[in-house]
Design a protein around this ligand. Sequence first.
Ligand SMILES: *Cc1c(COP(=O)(O)O)cnc(C)c1O
Length: 440
Amino acid sequence: MTSPVTPYPLDAPASEQLLGRARQVIPGGVNSPVRAFRSVGGTPRFMERAHGPWLWDADGRRYVDLVCSWGPMILGHAHPDVLAAVTQAAGEGFSFGTPTAREVALAEEIVSRVEPVEQVRLVNSGTEATMSALRLARGFTGRSVVVKFAGCYHGHVDALLAQAGSGVATFALPDSAGVPQSAAGETVVLPYNDVPALEQLFAERGDQIAAVITEAAPGNMGVVPPEPGFTDALRRVTLEHDALLISDEVMTGFRCSRAGWFGLEGMPQGGAPDLFTFGKVMGGGFPTAAFGGRAEVMAMLAPEGPVYQAGTLSGNPVASAAGLATLQACTDQTYRRLDQVSQALAGAVTESFTRHGIPHRIQWAGSMFSVFFREGAVRSYTDAQAQDQERFARFFHAMLRRGVHLPPSCYEAWFVSAAHGDEAVEVAIAAIEDSAAEVA
Ligand SMILES: *Cc1c(COP(=O)(O)O)cnc(C)c1O
C-alpha cells in the first residue's frame, strides 16, 4: 500500500529569511493575503521553480502541488505547448496597446466552448471581470441593487466583499474595512441554496435588483455545489423580475469540463445566464480574465454603448497566447486525467480519515473537490464554517512536511492538474495516510 515518508525538518530557513525581507517592503510579506499562512500558522514557502505537478522551494525541497496557483495550472507547470506559445509571443513584443490577432483567437476559443457566450471582453483579473459585469448589469437594467450569496467570493470588488469566502473567510472578516456603506448598501447577501429566501427578497425588492451574481458551483467556501433546481430557480426568479443572472465561472470555467460548470450542469430551465465571468484556467498562469454573454447585453459596453470599461494591458498578447495554448491543450483526455487524480486523492482521504477516526466530508463539482473537517452535508457558508479548523491546520503542516502543498485554508478546493502523474499521486497518498495518523 503506502510507504512511510521521511518528513522535512520543521523549519524552512531560506523561506524564513525571504519572509523577513518581504515583510520590510510588502505588507505581511505577501501580495495576496491567503498566501501568508495566517490560518494555519508558520512560514509560507517561497517557491523557486515548478515543473509538471512539482514545486521546489527556496530550501530546495520538492512538493506535490495541490494549489496549482489556485486553479490556473490545469496542465501542470511549464507545460511545453504553453511555454512554446508564450516564448514565441514574447519574442514578437510584449504589448502594443492596439488590437491583435492573439486576443481574437482567445475570445473565439472561449465563445466556441461556452455556447450562451456570444461575445467576451478580456480583462486582467477575475476581480475586474466581476466588477465590470456588475457595472454592465447595472447599466443594462438601470437598477442598482446586486444580490450575492454568503460564502461566494467574486474577487475584491467593494460591492462583493460582503460575506465572501476565500481569504475573507480565512480571516473571519465579516466585511473589509475601507468599503463604504454606500457600496455595500447596494448589495444584498442571501444564504446559498435557499430558494425561499431568494423568492422573498424578489417579492419585496424585485424592481430594484440589477443582477444576481453567483459562483456557478461555489469553490471559495470549500466546494458547495448548487442543489438540484437551485440554478433553475435563480434563472426563473431573475427572469420574472427582469434582473440579470451572472454566473461567475472564474474558478470552475474550463476546469469542471471543457465548458466549465455550465457544460456539466447543462442549460438551466428558462435559459442561460445572461453574463459569465472567467479567469484562472483561461490565463494559463498569466493575468488574463474575461466577462461575456449575450451580444445584446455586451453591446452596452464602450465603444459601442454607454457603459465604460477599459484596460491598458487588456488582451495582452503574451497572456492571450498562454491562455489560448492552455485551452487548446484542455482536451477530453485532460479532463479524464483530472477525474482520475481527484478520485485517487479523495479516495485516499476517505480511506485514511476513516481508518484514523477523523470526521470528514468530501464534496465535488466535477473533478473539483474539497475536504471539510466535519461530518454531514455542507449546503451553505454557515455549514462550511462549522468545521475543525485547528485539526485542518495540523493536517496542513503534516502534509507540507511530507512534501505535499495543500491550499493553506480549509475553505479551498484541492486543485489538481493533468500533469499529476503516478509518482505525484503516490507521494500524496502516502502523505495523506501518515498525516491522518499524525493528527488523529
Ligand atoms: C479567484 C476568483 C475570483 C477573483 O479572481 P482574481 O483573478 O483573483 O481577481 C472571482 N471569482 C471567483 C469565483 C474566483 O474563484
